[in-house]
Design a protein around this ligand. Structure first.
Ligand SMILES: [Fe+2]
Length: 295
């Protein structure tokens, strides 16, 4: 993620969101992970002139899968690029591609395990006491762009994602938002239709409980963090959620709950006239900021 001022961004993500900072800042980049993540890092901040998202990575099960997925993406006429191991500290080789919505994705198979990873022998509930909002891990991003159907196609046809939920304008069949899963989570990535490509709607972190969503709200008010909306609940995924902004204007979400997704679940579909309830189940209406502000 791009941030305008690293000196403001680090305390936000480390002390308020509660991520652990990994290693030293390297050049213009700083590395973070949630306390319940095994891998070395899950969030990289880069200082830049504009906020937003450079790239989002997905870990695949094996190095061999990288070649399989590369072939499949190539076969769809989407250009791929191989990035050698070590471009990010502790990370193996990567396959990079850009979606029709102009979002850049990396696939990788190997990442070093964190020195403070969750314990595996007689494991305590945490290694170091969680801080701030006590986020367990990075969970997903929602991305804005025009051809969300084209971007979805890559994830479904080349990368074996399933569409768990959609919002559809039933008057003309246009998909307004698509939520996809590659796991038992209700979503691992979402694309939301928007007139401008390459935009980041939000970066989301997992909390343990609905009580923790309330605790996140306390922290947002105590430290005067810019609030978007919440605590509330989504109809889509059923997650309990609160949205706020980092000091650079990137939207963050912390959430708990949500249903377990299984690949044989039928797709859940929301009609546009119920989009309010789909996005904010309690308010039952969208707020302008949520629909128009992104980075
Ligand atoms: Fe989200």
């Amino acid at each position: 993620m791009r941030v305008l001022d690293m000196e403001q961004a680090i305390p936000h993500y480390r002390d308020r969101v509660g991520l652990d900072q990994v290693g030293e800042t390297e050049g213009d980049r700083a590395f973070f992970r949630g306390f319940d993540e095994f891998d070395r890092h899950s969030i990289i901040l880069r200082e830049a002139d504009t906020p937003g998202l450079d790239v989002i990575g997905f870990k695949v099960a094996s190095d061999r899968d990288l070649d399989v997925f590369k072939k499949r993406i190539d076969a769809m006429g989407v250009r791929t690029e191989e990035i050698p191991a070590g471009a990010d500290p502790g990370v193996g080789r990567k396959i990079r591609f850009t979606t029709p919505t102009k979002h850049v994705f990396d696939l990788y198979a190997d990442m070093e395990i964190s020195d403070t990873a969750p314990m595996t022998k007689n494991p305590d509930v945490w290694h170091r006491e969680p801080r701030g909002m006590r986020v367990q891990r990075f969970d997903h991003c929602a991305l804005n762009g025009t051809d969300i159907v084209g971007s979805t196609k890559i994830f479904v046809e080349a990368l074996d994602f399933e569409v768990s939920e959609t919002v559809v304008d039933e008057s003309n069949g246009t998909e307004l938002a698509v939520f996809m899963s590659c796991s038992n989570k209700a979503h691992d990535i979402a694309f939301i239709g928007f007139p401008e490509d390459g935009k980041l709607h939000h970066t989301s972190f997992r909390l343990e409980s609905w009580n923790d969503v309330g605790h996140a709200a306390d922290i947002i008010t105590r430290y005067d963090i810019s609030l978007d909306i919440g605590p509330t609940r989504h109809g889509i995924t059923r997650g309990q959620t609160i949205y706020f902004f980092d000091p650079s204007g990137n939207r963050n979400e912390t959430f708990s709950g949500g249903y377990d997704y299984y690949p044989d679940n039928p797709r859940r579909v929301w009609s546009a006239d119920e989009a309010g309830k789909a996005i904010f189940y309690y308010e039952r209406q969208l707020n302008d900021r949520f629909m128009t502000v992104n980075t």
